[in-house]
Design a protein around this ligand. Structure first.
Ligand SMILES: Cc1cc2nc3c(=O)[nH]c(=O)nc-3n(C[C@H](O)[C@H](O)[C@H](O)COP(=O)(O)OP(=O)(O)OC[C@H]3O[C@@H](n4cnc5c(N)ncnc54)[C@H](O)[C@@H]3O)c2cc1C
Ligand code: SF4
Length: 485
Protein backbone atom coordinates (compact mmCIF):
# COMPACT_ATOMS: atom_id res chain seq x y z
CA UNK A 1 0.00 0.00 0.00
CA UNK A 2 1.26 3.49 -0.84
CA UNK A 3 0.86 4.97 2.65
CA UNK A 4 -1.86 3.80 5.06
CA UNK A 5 -2.44 7.38 6.20
CA UNK A 6 -1.57 9.16 2.93
CA UNK A 7 -5.14 10.19 2.18
CA UNK A 8 -5.52 11.60 5.72
CA UNK A 9 -2.30 13.64 5.51
CA UNK A 10 -2.79 14.94 1.96
CA UNK A 11 -6.39 15.84 1.27
CA UNK A 12 -5.98 18.02 -1.82
CA UNK A 13 -5.29 17.06 -5.41
CA UNK A 14 -2.24 18.74 -6.92
CA UNK A 15 -1.74 18.76 -10.69
CA UNK A 16 0.74 20.47 -13.02
CA UNK A 17 -0.10 24.13 -13.59
CA UNK A 18 -0.91 25.23 -17.12
CA UNK A 19 1.50 27.71 -18.73
CA UNK A 20 0.12 31.29 -18.75
CA UNK A 21 -2.49 31.73 -21.47
CA UNK A 22 -0.79 34.71 -23.13
CA UNK A 23 2.44 32.68 -23.40
CA UNK A 24 1.04 29.35 -24.52
CA UNK A 25 -1.22 30.64 -27.28
CA UNK A 26 1.93 32.00 -28.96
CA UNK A 27 3.13 28.45 -29.54
CA UNK A 28 1.74 24.93 -30.11
CA UNK A 29 3.59 23.09 -27.35
CA UNK A 30 1.74 21.16 -24.65
CA UNK A 31 0.08 23.48 -22.17
CA UNK A 32 1.59 22.07 -18.94
CA UNK A 33 4.38 23.48 -16.79
CA UNK A 34 7.01 20.99 -15.61
CA UNK A 35 5.85 19.12 -12.51
CA UNK A 36 7.92 18.22 -9.52
CA UNK A 37 8.30 14.42 -9.07
CA UNK A 38 8.20 14.79 -5.28
CA UNK A 39 4.65 16.10 -5.59
CA UNK A 40 3.69 13.15 -7.80
CA UNK A 41 5.04 10.78 -5.14
CA UNK A 42 2.98 12.53 -2.47
CA UNK A 43 -0.13 12.43 -4.63
CA UNK A 44 0.39 8.70 -5.30
CA UNK A 45 0.50 8.15 -1.52
CA UNK A 46 -3.18 9.20 -1.34
CA UNK A 47 -4.17 5.87 -2.94
CA UNK A 48 -5.93 3.72 -0.33
CA UNK A 49 -5.17 0.39 -2.08
CA UNK A 50 -8.84 -0.50 -1.66
CA UNK A 51 -9.79 -4.14 -1.22
CA UNK A 52 -11.94 -3.80 -4.32
CA UNK A 53 -10.20 -1.23 -6.54
CA UNK A 54 -13.11 0.23 -8.50
CA UNK A 55 -10.59 2.23 -10.54
CA UNK A 56 -9.56 -1.05 -12.27
CA UNK A 57 -13.10 -1.39 -13.47
CA UNK A 58 -13.35 2.28 -14.40
CA UNK A 59 -10.29 1.94 -16.65
CA UNK A 60 -11.11 0.07 -19.87
CA UNK A 61 -7.53 -1.23 -19.89
CA UNK A 62 -7.85 -2.59 -16.37
CA UNK A 63 -4.71 -0.64 -15.43
CA UNK A 64 -3.21 -1.88 -12.13
CA UNK A 65 -3.54 1.55 -10.56
CA UNK A 66 -2.99 0.84 -6.83
CA UNK A 67 0.12 -1.21 -7.70
CA UNK A 68 1.84 1.61 -9.54
CA UNK A 69 0.70 4.22 -7.03
CA UNK A 70 2.37 2.15 -4.33
CA UNK A 71 5.56 1.71 -6.39
CA UNK A 72 5.78 5.45 -7.12
CA UNK A 73 5.28 6.21 -3.44
CA UNK A 74 8.09 3.72 -2.70
CA UNK A 75 10.35 5.41 -5.31
CA UNK A 76 10.49 2.28 -7.50
CA UNK A 77 9.62 4.01 -10.78
CA UNK A 78 11.35 1.34 -12.88
CA UNK A 79 9.03 -1.35 -11.52
CA UNK A 80 6.08 1.05 -11.82
CA UNK A 81 6.54 1.30 -15.61
CA UNK A 82 6.72 -2.51 -15.81
CA UNK A 83 3.33 -2.76 -14.11
CA UNK A 84 1.91 0.05 -16.25
CA UNK A 85 3.14 -1.48 -19.50
CA UNK A 86 1.64 -4.81 -18.42
CA UNK A 87 -1.80 -3.45 -19.30
CA UNK A 88 -1.19 -0.38 -21.48
CA UNK A 89 1.05 -0.19 -24.56
CA UNK A 90 0.96 3.60 -24.75
CA UNK A 91 0.53 5.30 -21.35
CA UNK A 92 1.96 8.54 -22.75
CA UNK A 93 -1.16 8.81 -24.96
CA UNK A 94 -3.72 7.98 -22.27
CA UNK A 95 -1.81 9.88 -19.57
CA UNK A 96 -2.26 13.03 -21.66
CA UNK A 97 -5.57 12.47 -23.42
CA UNK A 98 -7.78 10.13 -21.42
CA UNK A 99 -10.85 11.61 -19.70
CA UNK A 100 -9.87 9.32 -16.80
CA UNK A 101 -13.01 7.31 -16.00
CA UNK A 102 -10.76 5.63 -13.39
CA UNK A 103 -10.79 8.83 -11.34
CA UNK A 104 -14.60 8.96 -11.43
CA UNK A 105 -14.54 5.41 -9.98
CA UNK A 106 -11.84 6.11 -7.34
CA UNK A 107 -13.14 5.15 -3.87
CA UNK A 108 -11.41 8.15 -2.30
CA UNK A 109 -13.52 10.24 -4.67
CA UNK A 110 -16.67 9.38 -2.69
CA UNK A 111 -15.91 12.02 -0.08
CA UNK A 112 -12.56 13.56 -1.08
CA UNK A 113 -11.04 14.62 -4.38
CA UNK A 114 -10.02 11.46 -6.31
CA UNK A 115 -6.38 10.33 -6.59
CA UNK A 116 -4.60 12.03 -9.52
CA UNK A 117 -4.33 8.69 -11.33
CA UNK A 118 -3.88 10.07 -14.84
CA UNK A 119 -1.06 12.38 -13.79
CA UNK A 120 0.76 9.59 -11.94
CA UNK A 121 0.41 7.49 -15.12
CA UNK A 122 1.96 10.11 -17.41
CA UNK A 123 4.69 10.90 -14.88
CA UNK A 124 5.72 7.22 -14.80
CA UNK A 125 5.98 6.86 -18.57
CA UNK A 126 7.65 10.26 -19.12
CA UNK A 127 10.30 9.35 -16.57
CA UNK A 128 10.70 5.88 -18.12
CA UNK A 129 11.45 7.41 -21.53
CA UNK A 130 13.87 9.91 -19.95
CA UNK A 131 15.72 7.17 -18.09
CA UNK A 132 15.95 4.92 -21.16
CA UNK A 133 13.82 2.19 -19.55
CA UNK A 134 11.53 1.89 -22.60
CA UNK A 135 13.25 -0.46 -24.99
CA UNK A 136 12.19 -2.43 -28.06
CA UNK A 137 10.98 -5.92 -27.11
CA UNK A 138 11.42 -8.03 -30.27
CA UNK A 139 10.08 -11.57 -30.09
CA UNK A 140 12.48 -14.40 -29.31
CA UNK A 141 10.76 -16.71 -31.82
CA UNK A 142 9.00 -15.88 -35.09
CA UNK A 143 5.92 -17.85 -36.15
CA UNK A 144 6.14 -17.14 -39.88
CA UNK A 145 2.46 -16.04 -39.85
CA UNK A 146 1.58 -12.71 -41.45
CA UNK A 147 -0.96 -10.17 -40.24
CA UNK A 148 -2.24 -7.02 -41.96
CA UNK A 149 -3.44 -4.25 -39.65
CA UNK A 150 -5.46 -1.63 -41.54
CA UNK A 151 -5.31 1.78 -39.88
CA UNK A 152 -2.61 3.20 -37.63
CA UNK A 153 -4.62 4.89 -34.87
CA UNK A 154 -4.28 3.72 -31.26
CA UNK A 155 -6.27 0.53 -31.92
CA UNK A 156 -4.09 -0.48 -34.87
CA UNK A 157 -0.86 0.39 -33.09
CA UNK A 158 -1.82 -1.58 -29.97
CA UNK A 159 -2.88 -4.64 -32.02
CA UNK A 160 0.29 -4.44 -34.12
CA UNK A 161 2.61 -4.16 -31.13
CA UNK A 162 1.00 -7.10 -29.34
CA UNK A 163 1.02 -9.33 -32.43
CA UNK A 164 4.61 -8.45 -33.37
CA UNK A 165 5.76 -9.25 -29.85
CA UNK A 166 3.92 -12.60 -30.14
CA UNK A 167 6.21 -13.40 -33.08
CA UNK A 168 3.97 -12.70 -36.10
CA UNK A 169 5.04 -10.65 -39.13
CA UNK A 170 2.83 -7.59 -38.90
CA UNK A 171 2.35 -4.88 -41.53
CA UNK A 172 0.37 -1.77 -40.66
CA UNK A 173 -1.31 -0.21 -43.73
CA UNK A 174 -2.26 3.46 -43.42
CA UNK A 175 -3.83 5.54 -46.16
CA UNK A 176 -2.59 8.85 -44.71
CA UNK A 177 0.98 9.96 -45.28
CA UNK A 178 1.90 9.56 -41.62
CA UNK A 179 1.22 7.01 -38.89
CA UNK A 180 -1.02 7.77 -35.91
CA UNK A 181 -4.67 8.13 -37.02
CA UNK A 182 -6.52 10.76 -35.00
CA UNK A 183 -3.57 11.02 -32.61
CA UNK A 184 -1.60 12.48 -35.52
CA UNK A 185 -4.08 14.51 -37.53
CA UNK A 186 -7.05 15.19 -35.22
CA UNK A 187 -5.57 15.94 -31.81
CA UNK A 188 -3.56 19.18 -31.77
CA UNK A 189 0.04 19.49 -30.59
CA UNK A 190 -1.00 21.51 -27.55
CA UNK A 191 -2.84 18.43 -26.23
CA UNK A 192 -0.16 15.95 -27.24
CA UNK A 193 3.11 16.70 -29.01
CA UNK A 194 3.62 14.29 -31.90
CA UNK A 195 7.14 13.36 -30.79
CA UNK A 196 5.41 10.90 -28.46
CA UNK A 197 4.00 9.00 -31.46
CA UNK A 198 7.30 9.13 -33.38
CA UNK A 199 9.16 7.61 -30.45
CA UNK A 200 6.72 4.68 -30.28
CA UNK A 201 6.90 4.09 -34.02
CA UNK A 202 10.69 3.88 -33.72
CA UNK A 203 10.29 1.35 -30.90
CA UNK A 204 7.75 -0.70 -32.87
CA UNK A 205 9.90 -0.64 -36.01
CA UNK A 206 12.85 -1.92 -33.98
CA UNK A 207 10.61 -4.73 -32.69
CA UNK A 208 9.84 -5.76 -36.26
CA UNK A 209 6.52 -4.10 -37.16
CA UNK A 210 6.41 -2.87 -40.77
CA UNK A 211 4.61 0.39 -41.56
CA UNK A 212 3.27 1.24 -45.02
CA UNK A 213 1.79 4.72 -45.39
CA UNK A 214 -0.11 6.13 -48.37
CA UNK A 215 -1.85 2.78 -48.98
CA UNK A 216 -5.65 2.84 -49.04
CA UNK A 217 -6.97 -0.69 -48.63
CA UNK A 218 -9.93 -1.03 -50.97
CA UNK A 219 -8.31 1.27 -53.55
CA UNK A 220 -4.53 0.75 -53.77
CA UNK A 221 -4.81 -2.86 -52.61
CA UNK A 222 -8.13 -4.68 -52.85
CA UNK A 223 -9.51 -6.32 -49.73
CA UNK A 224 -9.38 -9.66 -51.55
CA UNK A 225 -5.67 -9.23 -52.31
CA UNK A 226 -5.00 -8.23 -48.70
CA UNK A 227 -6.68 -11.38 -47.40
CA UNK A 228 -4.86 -13.56 -49.89
CA UNK A 229 -1.48 -12.07 -48.91
CA UNK A 230 -1.91 -12.38 -45.13
CA UNK A 231 -2.93 -15.11 -42.69
CA UNK A 232 -5.11 -12.67 -40.73
CA UNK A 233 -6.41 -9.11 -41.11
CA UNK A 234 -7.27 -6.64 -38.33
CA UNK A 235 -9.54 -3.76 -39.29
CA UNK A 236 -8.76 -0.64 -37.23
CA UNK A 237 -9.85 2.03 -39.70
CA UNK A 238 -11.72 4.19 -37.17
CA UNK A 239 -15.10 5.92 -37.45
CA UNK A 240 -14.16 8.44 -40.09
CA UNK A 241 -17.59 9.26 -41.56
CA UNK A 242 -18.45 12.62 -40.05
CA UNK A 243 -21.90 13.92 -39.09
CA UNK A 244 -22.99 16.84 -41.26
CA UNK A 245 -25.38 19.73 -40.72
CA UNK A 246 -27.68 19.91 -43.75
CA UNK A 247 -29.18 23.37 -43.20
CA UNK A 248 -29.52 26.17 -45.78
CA UNK A 249 -26.16 27.75 -46.55
CA UNK A 250 -24.11 24.64 -45.71
CA UNK A 251 -22.42 24.96 -49.12
CA UNK A 252 -21.00 28.44 -48.38
CA UNK A 253 -17.23 28.88 -48.35
CA UNK A 254 -15.99 29.04 -44.78
CA UNK A 255 -18.21 26.21 -43.45
CA UNK A 256 -16.03 23.15 -42.90
CA UNK A 257 -15.82 19.91 -41.01
CA UNK A 258 -13.53 19.99 -37.95
CA UNK A 259 -11.53 17.17 -39.50
CA UNK A 260 -10.90 19.34 -42.55
CA UNK A 261 -9.69 22.18 -40.33
CA UNK A 262 -7.63 20.43 -37.60
CA UNK A 263 -5.34 18.31 -39.82
CA UNK A 264 -4.13 21.43 -41.65
CA UNK A 265 -3.12 23.08 -38.37
CA UNK A 266 -1.26 19.91 -37.40
CA UNK A 267 0.45 19.82 -40.78
CA UNK A 268 1.90 23.28 -40.15
CA UNK A 269 3.71 21.77 -37.14
CA UNK A 270 5.12 19.01 -39.37
CA UNK A 271 6.41 21.60 -41.89
CA UNK A 272 3.93 20.69 -44.67
CA UNK A 273 2.60 24.28 -44.78
CA UNK A 274 3.94 27.65 -43.61
CA UNK A 275 0.38 28.68 -42.89
CA UNK A 276 -2.76 26.53 -42.75
CA UNK A 277 -4.93 27.25 -45.83
CA UNK A 278 -8.04 27.04 -43.61
CA UNK A 279 -7.09 29.65 -41.06
CA UNK A 280 -8.89 31.49 -38.25
CA UNK A 281 -6.61 34.55 -38.25
CA UNK A 282 -8.67 37.72 -37.82
CA UNK A 283 -11.94 35.79 -38.23
CA UNK A 284 -15.07 35.35 -36.17
CA UNK A 285 -15.02 31.60 -35.62
CA UNK A 286 -18.05 29.48 -34.71
CA UNK A 287 -17.48 25.92 -33.54
CA UNK A 288 -20.61 23.75 -33.64
CA UNK A 289 -20.39 20.92 -31.12
CA UNK A 290 -19.38 20.94 -27.47
CA UNK A 291 -17.12 17.85 -27.24
CA UNK A 292 -13.38 17.15 -27.44
CA UNK A 293 -13.22 17.86 -31.17
CA UNK A 294 -14.94 21.21 -30.65
CA UNK A 295 -12.53 22.15 -27.85
CA UNK A 296 -9.61 21.27 -30.15
CA UNK A 297 -11.02 23.67 -32.77
CA UNK A 298 -11.34 26.39 -30.09
CA UNK A 299 -7.69 26.04 -28.98
CA UNK A 300 -6.49 25.93 -32.60
CA UNK A 301 -8.47 29.07 -33.51
CA UNK A 302 -6.99 30.96 -30.52
CA UNK A 303 -3.46 30.07 -31.63
CA UNK A 304 -4.19 31.18 -35.18
CA UNK A 305 -5.30 34.61 -33.89
CA UNK A 306 -9.09 34.48 -34.30
CA UNK A 307 -11.01 37.74 -33.77
CA UNK A 308 -13.55 35.82 -31.67
CA UNK A 309 -14.39 32.19 -30.94
CA UNK A 310 -17.87 30.97 -30.05
CA UNK A 311 -18.76 27.34 -29.38
CA UNK A 312 -22.37 26.24 -29.78
CA UNK A 313 -23.95 23.20 -28.16
CA UNK A 314 -27.50 21.92 -28.59
CA UNK A 315 -27.52 20.20 -25.16
CA UNK A 316 -28.10 22.18 -21.95
CA UNK A 317 -25.06 23.23 -19.90
CA UNK A 318 -24.02 20.17 -17.85
CA UNK A 319 -23.90 20.38 -14.05
CA UNK A 320 -20.62 21.29 -12.30
CA UNK A 321 -20.90 18.47 -9.76
CA UNK A 322 -22.06 14.87 -9.95
CA UNK A 323 -25.89 14.75 -10.15
CA UNK A 324 -27.88 12.06 -8.28
CA UNK A 325 -28.75 10.45 -11.60
CA UNK A 326 -25.05 9.68 -12.25
CA UNK A 327 -23.83 8.32 -8.91
CA UNK A 328 -20.33 7.09 -8.03
CA UNK A 329 -18.63 5.07 -9.61
CA UNK A 330 -20.13 6.05 -12.98
CA UNK A 331 -18.41 8.62 -15.14
CA UNK A 332 -20.67 11.67 -14.94
CA UNK A 333 -21.24 14.15 -17.76
CA UNK A 334 -20.00 17.34 -16.10
CA UNK A 335 -19.24 20.89 -17.21
CA UNK A 336 -15.58 20.79 -18.29
CA UNK A 337 -13.23 23.72 -18.65
CA UNK A 338 -10.51 22.38 -20.94
CA UNK A 339 -7.22 24.19 -21.49
CA UNK A 340 -8.70 25.56 -24.74
CA UNK A 341 -11.63 27.06 -22.83
CA UNK A 342 -9.27 28.72 -20.34
CA UNK A 343 -7.78 30.56 -23.30
CA UNK A 344 -10.94 32.49 -24.06
CA UNK A 345 -14.01 32.37 -26.26
CA UNK A 346 -17.64 32.00 -25.43
CA UNK A 347 -19.80 28.90 -25.00
CA UNK A 348 -23.52 28.97 -25.76
CA UNK A 349 -25.68 26.02 -24.70
CA UNK A 350 -29.19 24.93 -25.72
CA UNK A 351 -29.04 26.42 -29.22
CA UNK A 352 -29.59 24.98 -32.68
CA UNK A 353 -28.32 26.27 -36.02
CA UNK A 354 -31.09 27.22 -38.43
CA UNK A 355 -29.11 28.57 -41.33
CA UNK A 356 -25.75 29.89 -42.54
CA UNK A 357 -26.05 33.33 -44.16
CA UNK A 358 -23.85 34.39 -47.07
CA UNK A 359 -22.22 37.69 -48.06
CA UNK A 360 -23.60 37.51 -51.62
CA UNK A 361 -20.25 36.27 -52.96
CA UNK A 362 -20.50 32.70 -51.75
CA UNK A 363 -18.83 33.21 -48.35
CA UNK A 364 -20.41 32.68 -44.96
CA UNK A 365 -20.94 35.93 -43.01
CA UNK A 366 -23.27 34.91 -40.18
CA UNK A 367 -25.05 32.03 -38.52
CA UNK A 368 -28.72 32.12 -37.57
CA UNK A 369 -29.46 30.24 -34.35
CA UNK A 370 -32.43 29.60 -32.13
CA UNK A 371 -32.61 28.63 -28.48
CA UNK A 372 -34.04 25.16 -27.89
CA UNK A 373 -35.71 23.33 -25.05
CA UNK A 374 -35.46 19.57 -24.57
CA UNK A 375 -38.76 17.69 -24.52
CA UNK A 376 -39.82 14.04 -24.80
CA UNK A 377 -40.02 14.55 -28.57
CA UNK A 378 -36.52 16.01 -28.94
CA UNK A 379 -35.41 19.63 -29.13
CA UNK A 380 -38.09 22.29 -29.67
CA UNK A 381 -37.27 25.85 -30.71
CA UNK A 382 -38.11 28.58 -28.20
CA UNK A 383 -40.28 31.12 -29.97
CA UNK A 384 -38.81 34.60 -30.47
CA UNK A 385 -35.19 33.59 -29.71
CA UNK A 386 -33.83 33.53 -33.26
CA UNK A 387 -30.74 35.65 -33.74
CA UNK A 388 -27.70 36.09 -35.97
CA UNK A 389 -24.08 35.93 -34.88
CA UNK A 390 -21.15 36.91 -37.12
CA UNK A 391 -19.28 33.98 -38.66
CA UNK A 392 -16.33 34.01 -41.07
CA UNK A 393 -15.23 30.46 -40.33
CA UNK A 394 -17.51 27.69 -39.05
CA UNK A 395 -16.23 24.27 -38.00
CA UNK A 396 -18.63 21.34 -37.60
CA UNK A 397 -17.55 19.21 -34.65
CA UNK A 398 -20.68 17.14 -34.26
CA UNK A 399 -19.17 13.70 -34.10
CA UNK A 400 -18.89 10.77 -36.45
CA UNK A 401 -21.55 8.38 -37.69
CA UNK A 402 -19.35 5.30 -38.14
CA UNK A 403 -16.79 3.78 -40.46
CA UNK A 404 -16.54 4.57 -44.14
CA UNK A 405 -18.43 1.83 -45.99
CA UNK A 406 -17.24 2.25 -49.55
CA UNK A 407 -13.98 0.55 -50.45
CA UNK A 408 -12.57 -1.90 -47.92
CA UNK A 409 -15.71 -2.68 -45.90
CA UNK A 410 -17.92 -3.18 -48.96
CA UNK A 411 -15.28 -5.35 -50.61
CA UNK A 412 -14.87 -7.53 -47.53
CA UNK A 413 -18.64 -7.82 -47.05
CA UNK A 414 -18.34 -7.89 -43.23
CA UNK A 415 -21.64 -7.69 -41.33
CA UNK A 416 -22.55 -4.28 -39.90
CA UNK A 417 -24.76 -3.56 -36.89
CA UNK A 418 -27.77 -1.23 -36.86
CA UNK A 419 -25.47 1.78 -36.34
CA UNK A 420 -23.29 0.85 -39.30
CA UNK A 421 -20.32 -0.37 -37.22
CA UNK A 422 -18.49 -3.62 -37.94
CA UNK A 423 -19.95 -6.54 -35.93
CA UNK A 424 -17.47 -8.55 -33.83
CA UNK A 425 -17.89 -11.65 -31.65
CA UNK A 426 -16.34 -12.17 -28.19
CA UNK A 427 -12.98 -12.84 -29.89
CA UNK A 428 -13.16 -9.64 -32.04
CA UNK A 429 -13.81 -11.82 -35.14
CA UNK A 430 -15.95 -10.27 -37.86
CA UNK A 431 -18.35 -12.33 -39.97
CA UNK A 432 -15.52 -12.99 -42.46
CA UNK A 433 -13.02 -15.78 -41.70
CA UNK A 434 -9.63 -14.48 -40.51
CA UNK A 435 -10.78 -10.85 -40.37
CA UNK A 436 -10.89 -9.11 -36.97
CA UNK A 437 -11.90 -5.59 -35.99
CA UNK A 438 -11.02 -3.25 -33.08
CA UNK A 439 -11.41 0.40 -32.07
CA UNK A 440 -13.84 2.99 -33.40
CA UNK A 441 -14.52 0.93 -36.54
CA UNK A 442 -16.37 -1.64 -34.44
CA UNK A 443 -17.32 0.35 -31.39
CA UNK A 444 -18.32 3.64 -33.01
CA UNK A 445 -16.74 6.98 -32.12
CA UNK A 446 -15.11 6.53 -28.73
CA UNK A 447 -11.88 7.13 -26.81
CA UNK A 448 -8.18 6.36 -27.10
CA UNK A 449 -8.22 4.19 -23.99
CA UNK A 450 -10.95 2.00 -25.53
CA UNK A 451 -9.09 1.80 -28.83
CA UNK A 452 -5.93 0.55 -27.09
CA UNK A 453 -7.94 -1.87 -24.94
CA UNK A 454 -9.72 -3.28 -27.99
CA UNK A 455 -6.53 -3.44 -30.08
CA UNK A 456 -4.84 -5.47 -27.34
CA UNK A 457 -7.82 -7.78 -26.95
CA UNK A 458 -8.26 -8.33 -30.70
CA UNK A 459 -4.57 -9.25 -30.89
CA UNK A 460 -5.23 -12.08 -28.42
CA UNK A 461 -8.07 -13.32 -30.66
CA UNK A 462 -5.88 -13.17 -33.76
CA UNK A 463 -3.04 -14.95 -31.96
CA UNK A 464 -5.38 -17.80 -30.97
CA UNK A 465 -6.61 -18.04 -34.57
CA UNK A 466 -3.07 -18.14 -35.99
CA UNK A 467 -1.57 -20.59 -33.55
CA UNK A 468 -4.65 -22.77 -33.18
CA UNK A 469 -3.95 -22.80 -29.45
CA UNK A 470 -4.34 -20.58 -26.41
CA UNK A 471 -2.68 -17.18 -26.44
CA UNK A 472 -0.46 -15.60 -23.81
CA UNK A 473 -1.62 -12.17 -24.96
CA UNK A 474 -3.96 -10.55 -22.44
CA UNK A 475 -7.56 -9.64 -23.15
CA UNK A 476 -8.33 -6.16 -21.81
CA UNK A 477 -12.00 -5.92 -22.57
CA UNK A 478 -14.90 -7.73 -24.23
CA UNK A 479 -16.25 -6.03 -27.39
CA UNK A 480 -19.67 -5.65 -25.82
CA UNK A 481 -18.34 -4.00 -22.65
CA UNK A 482 -19.49 -0.45 -22.04
CA UNK A 483 -18.09 2.17 -19.69
CA UNK A 484 -19.74 2.80 -16.34
CA UNK A 485 -22.05 5.50 -17.68
C1 LIG B 1 -10.38 16.02 -32.99
C2 LIG B 1 -10.50 14.82 -32.10
C3 LIG B 1 -10.02 14.91 -30.80
C4 LIG B 1 -10.11 13.81 -29.96
N1 LIG B 1 -9.62 13.93 -28.70
C5 LIG B 1 -9.64 12.85 -27.87
C6 LIG B 1 -9.10 12.94 -26.57
O1 LIG B 1 -8.63 13.98 -26.13
N2 LIG B 1 -9.13 11.83 -25.80
C7 LIG B 1 -9.65 10.63 -26.24
O2 LIG B 1 -9.62 9.64 -25.51
N3 LIG B 1 -10.19 10.53 -27.49
C8 LIG B 1 -10.19 11.61 -28.30
N4 LIG B 1 -10.74 11.51 -29.55
C9 LIG B 1 -11.24 10.19 -30.01
C10 LIG B 1 -10.06 9.27 -30.38
O3 LIG B 1 -9.11 9.99 -31.14
C11 LIG B 1 -10.55 8.05 -31.15
O4 LIG B 1 -11.51 7.38 -30.36
C12 LIG B 1 -9.38 7.07 -31.44
O5 LIG B 1 -8.36 7.72 -32.16
C13 LIG B 1 -9.88 5.86 -32.24
O6 LIG B 1 -8.80 5.07 -32.56
P1 LIG B 1 -8.84 4.06 -33.81
O7 LIG B 1 -7.48 3.44 -33.83
O8 LIG B 1 -10.02 3.18 -33.69
O9 LIG B 1 -9.07 4.96 -35.10
P2 LIG B 1 -8.39 6.27 -35.69
O10 LIG B 1 -7.53 6.97 -34.71
O11 LIG B 1 -9.50 7.03 -36.33
O12 LIG B 1 -7.42 5.70 -36.83
C14 LIG B 1 -7.94 5.05 -37.97
C15 LIG B 1 -6.91 5.11 -39.07
O13 LIG B 1 -7.28 4.20 -40.10
C16 LIG B 1 -6.95 4.76 -41.35
N5 LIG B 1 -7.76 4.08 -42.38
C17 LIG B 1 -9.12 4.05 -42.45
N6 LIG B 1 -9.51 3.32 -43.51
C18 LIG B 1 -8.38 2.89 -44.13
C19 LIG B 1 -8.13 2.12 -45.31
N7 LIG B 1 -9.13 1.63 -46.05
N8 LIG B 1 -6.83 1.88 -45.66
C20 LIG B 1 -5.81 2.36 -44.91
N9 LIG B 1 -5.99 3.11 -43.80
C21 LIG B 1 -7.26 3.37 -43.40
C22 LIG B 1 -7.29 6.22 -41.18
O14 LIG B 1 -6.61 7.02 -42.12
C23 LIG B 1 -6.80 6.47 -39.75
O15 LIG B 1 -5.46 6.90 -39.74
C24 LIG B 1 -10.70 12.61 -30.41
C25 LIG B 1 -11.22 12.53 -31.71
C26 LIG B 1 -11.13 13.63 -32.55
C27 LIG B 1 -11.69 13.55 -33.93
S1 SF4 C 1 -5.93 4.87 -19.19
FE1 SF4 C 1 -7.45 6.43 -18.61
S2 SF4 C 1 -8.92 5.27 -17.34
FE2 SF4 C 1 -7.05 4.01 -17.47
S3 SF4 C 1 -5.80 4.60 -15.67
FE3 SF4 C 1 -5.13 5.91 -17.37
S4 SF4 C 1 -6.33 7.78 -17.17
FE4 SF4 C 1 -7.36 6.19 -15.95
Amino acid sequence: MADPKGFLKITERELPAHRPVDVRIQDWREVYEDFDRGTVTKQASRCMDCGIPFCHNGCPLGNLIPEWNSLVHGHDWAEAIERLHATNNFPEFTGRLCPAPCESACVLGIDQPAVTIKNVEVSIIDRAWEEGWVKPLPPAVRTGKTVAVVGSGPAGLAAAQQLTRAGHDVTVYERADRIGGLLRYGIPEFKMEKRHIDRRIAQMTAEGTTFRTGVDIGTDITAERLRADHDAVVLTGGATAWRDLPVPGRELAGVHQAMEYLPQANRVQFGDYDRAPLNAEGKHVIVIGGGDTGADCVGTAHRQGAASVTQLEIMPKPPATRPDSQPWPTMPMLYKVTSAHEEGGKRIYSVNTLEFLGDGEGNVRALKLVEVRRTDKGFEPVEGTEREIPADLVTLAMGFVGPQKEGMIEQLGVDLDGRGNVVRDADYRTSVEGVYCAGDMGRGQSLIVWAIAEGRSAAAGVDRFLTGAGSDLPVAIAPTARPLV
